[in-house]
Design a protein around this ligand. Sequence first.
Ligand SMILES: NC(=O)c1ccc[n+]([C@@H]2O[C@H](COP(=O)([O-])OP(=O)(O)OC[C@H]3O[C@@H](n4cnc5c(N)ncnc54)[C@H](OP(=O)(O)O)[C@@H]3O)[C@@H](O)[C@H]2O)c1
Length: 338
Amino acid sequence: MKKKPEVVVITGASAGVGRATAHRFARDGARIALLARGSDGLDVAAEEVRKLGGEALAIAVDVADADAVEAAAERIEQELGPIDIWINDAMATIFAPVHEISAAEFRRATEVTYLGTVHGTMAALKRMRARDRGTIVQVGSALAYRAIPLQAPYCGAKFAIRGFTDALRVELMHEKSRIHVTMVQLSAFNTPQFQWGRTKLPRRPQPVPPVFQPEVAARGIHWAAHHRRRELRVGFPAVKAIVGNKLFPRLADRDLAKLGYEGQMGGQPVPEDRPDNLFEPVIADYGTHGRFDARSRAYSLQLWATTHRSLVLAGALAAGALLWAASRGTRTAARRLG
Ligand SMILES: NC(=O)c1ccc[n+]([C@@H]2O[C@H](COP(=O)([O-])OP(=O)(O)OC[C@H]3O[C@@H](n4cnc5c(N)ncnc54)[C@H](OP(=O)(O)O)[C@@H]3O)[C@@H](O)[C@H]2O)c1
């Protein structure tokens, strides 16, 4: 029997990781609600979803507005059916040191990145709790564990999402709910974020290398939406940052103080008339990829390994057994000769 198409909601689906994730689900034939503010990117993303075999419903919504997110969820259930998966991906950032950021900018980045995730989760929960099923995926970052300079509002919001998600997970466990909530911690990705995120830096912002293509993140998010893993890390740099910071936090502070500024800036000055998407969407379709295609990796061995743990374990056991047999054979031969 043919499987019923999943109903999937993706916030921040007009660009970058969110849009690549929409492509991935479209290949399954999913019915996808694409949420973001800018209609230029949304309309093209919806068209791409249809071409890839999915059904698309584009809704222009600001995730900082809880009522608008709730109204979008209502419309999605009416037009596409009961929501199976809700992915909170939308984000806004400011590249600047803390002393150059205004209170209004801090509030706005927090309202979009942190509260946007809370609003999406609330709208999803309201419907999923009634049915006792569904999956909520929070798109996180290594920066939810290890904050870096020049992105304090964003790092604060990502830490907050992790705290919120941990609390919710335990509440769901307490209720013996079958709803699954998971967080996907990403490394650095080649997305338009670095072209339209507000910046006060002298040179153009860039993701700290090594950089991956957004399709790698999309594969991880799609996998996390279909497995019961508490958290998934995508890309070895995320694992390194999270584990390294846990073991050596002071060393990480010192490294970032030395390298964290230069690593986040390219060589070119920021153009005078560069638009940003903090308070309003940018009028143009910025697409899925940013400007770093030439140096972005399309594959992550770490993602493959963490999503194929039993194969990795079986391989390690087989290699161990071979090594053991070989060393035993060598010792027996040596004894015979001696
Ligand atoms: N790129 C990376 O290096 C990286 C690394 C780690 C984690 N991540 C995570 O990956 C996710 C996606 O990041 P990205 O790099 O793909 O970002 P991006 O390229 O800047 O795309 C952000 C998306 O969010 C939407 N958005 C922004 N403000 C919004 C608002 N107020 N309401 C609704 N939608 C809004 C944007 O569309 P509109 O502006 O049209 O609304 C766009 O669709 C984020 O959660 C981010 O934290 C990214």
